[in-house]
Design a protein around this ligand. Structure first.
Ligand SMILES: NC(=O)c1ccc[n+]([C@@H]2O[C@H](COP(=O)([O-])OP(=O)(O)OC[C@H]3O[C@@H](n4cnc5c(N)ncnc54)[C@H](OP(=O)(O)O)[C@@H]3O)[C@@H](O)[C@H]2O)c1
Length: 201
């Protein structure tokens, strides 16, 4: 398969890309400034240009762009919309635009996060992004043409990110990276569609 991994140079991507190459797939890693292909998820024009350059792709995986932390008492409509640009609307655009570019039977695998399901301070925007992604996946799976599939993987804090995130999320039990990678591979190589895979450790 020809697989595009947006965020292929990030924490998850760095583990997923070699795993996919080891399974014999042709893999292109994409990022704003890193990787084999450059794309900015916050720009629909950039996404369209990328798809036109790449030709038919069998699987698109998005492991890019975090929601930012926020402070509820100073949160505004504008700051929420700004937070949603890359992780929510960027992943939605990867699908809305990509449905015309993927090969028949191809797949989209998006990434959300545990705060769609678990309340935590300072993540209102991130929680809204992930909840919206879950709802999007359910509807998209019903209506995507040409046997295209779509799923979302919703990780909790990942074992490889504990040093970076545990200060913000004390007491949260991490999911091992190996477990998470297995779920991405099942979405890419298997027959799942319309599923939100909750990798909560
Ligand atoms: N790490 C965790 O513990 C964890 C837990 C739950 C959910 N998640 C979610 O999993 C996803 C990946 O997380 P991660 O920790 O692997 O991220 P990461 O280490 O910060 O890496 C992000 C990757 O995405 C690319 N990227 C960032 N913004 C982009 C944009 N606007 N357009 C295109 N590419 C962009 C980066 O490359 P460039 O800098 O070149 O653009 C990089 O390759 C995120 O959505 C995150 O919220 C992560």
């Amino acid at each position: 398969m020809k697989v595009l991994v947006v965020g292929g140079t990030g924490t998850i991507g760095r583990r997923l890309v070699p795993e996919l190459r080891g399974l014999g797939h042709e893999v292109l890693a994409a990022g704003r400034t890193s990787g084999d292909v450059h794309v900015d998820l916050s720009s629909p024009t950039s996404i369209t240009t990328m798809y036109r350059q790449l030709g038919a792709i069998d699987a698109v995986v998005s492991v890019a762009a975090h929601g930012v932390l926020d402070e509820f008492t100073t949160l505004t409509r504008d700051s929420l919309i700004a937070n949603m640009q890359a992780k929510l609307f960027g992943q939605v655009d990867l699908v809305l635009i990509g449905q015309r570019h993927l090969a028949d039977g191809g797949s989209f695998t998006l990434t959300s996060g545990i705060f769609a399901d678990q309340a935590w301070p300072t993540v209102t925007g991130g929680a809204m992004i992930s909840g919206a992604l879950h709802a999007f996946v359910l509807s998209a799976a019903l209506e995507l043409p040409r046997r295209l599939r779509i799923n979302a993987v919703s990780p909790t804090m990942i074992g490889d990110s504990v040093e970076v995130f545990s200060e913000h999320f004390p007491g949260m039990r991490p999911v091992p990276m190996d477990t998470l990678i297995t779920e991405y591979l099942a979405c890419i190589e298997g027959a799942r569609t319309g599923q939100v895979i909750r990798a909560y450790g």
